[in-house]
Design a protein around this ligand. Sequence first.
Ligand SMILES: C[S@@+](CC[C@H](N)C(=O)[O-])C[C@H]1O[C@@H](n2cnc3c(N)ncnc32)[C@H](O)[C@@H]1O
Length: 296
Amino acid sequence: MIKAGTCSIIPRVKTGIHVIPKVQHMTNTGYVHGYSEREAERLLDQAQTLTSLLHYDTHYPAGSRVLEAGCGIGAQTLTLASQSPGAEFICIDCSPLSLAQAEERVMAARLGNVRFQQADIFNLPFPPGSFDHVFVCFVLEHLPDPHGALVRLKAMIRPGGTITVVEGDHGSTFFHPDSRDARKVIDCLVTLQARMGGNSLIGRELYPLLTAAGYSDVAVSPRMVYVDASRPDLVEGFNKQTFVSMVEGVRDETLKQGLVSSEDWDRGIRDLYRSCEPYGVFCYTFFKGTGHTGGR
Ligand SMILES: C[S@@+](CC[C@H](N)C(=O)[O-])C[C@H]1O[C@@H](n2cnc3c(N)ncnc32)[C@H](O)[C@@H]1O
């Protein structure tokens, strides 16, 4: 049962994505990627394509309690819960509509080890030390205070437990053919997210962030997605459907904020699509960080 609650996320911008009412966020809050059907599809495509890269080493022992913070529509939840069938997952998000979609997916997959609850990372309704592990994926980049989030999440973990954080870093993008216009449209996305209080270059900061929040034995592993024409699944699922589609989604807001002219924008997008052609190459790096809480 999803209960109402408060949530502090950075202000919504119109992304230009066609927003389908049934998945529209309940309030006028949100963040740069928006809450649209296209976003939902993008997150699922991304999850499927990246599952083995990001999660081959995500396993929780039977009997452990895991908090997934910012589970969204459950794109990672399905993988987490099916890879660790003996663990119990409590998955929270501030968006009730995303939670409803996540719940549907988990029911369709007949996973009995997941419970959803609406909650704000900054005001968690659990006693300290209630979880053995915390998992956070693609959430910190949207938060104005990622340090505060990591500190609050640490309080939820029992001594000797762990946190796992996965984030991207748009500055890790490079491609062939290279293009100044294409790099410019990616920079626009970075600037837009920064103006909204987020940080799409956060992947490179996971080690200092986790350390500053008081976690010990912090380890960060870069996970590069390399895409060329020999991997048509990745050209489609990651390069086009995930990355370029995400950049295209902020066109209207970028032009509204005067970050670039429409001609430059269109040239940049056209050049980004060149990296999806048979002669093109595309690289992006995700960062997966783990940390421990002290004591046993
Ligand atoms: C990009 S989505 C990632 C969803 C999911 N982790 C995934 O990898 O597909 C970020 C999610 O964080 C949630 N979120 C943002 N700020 C939050 C907060 N303060 N408390 C709880 N959830 C939050 C959003 O509602 C959104 O569902």
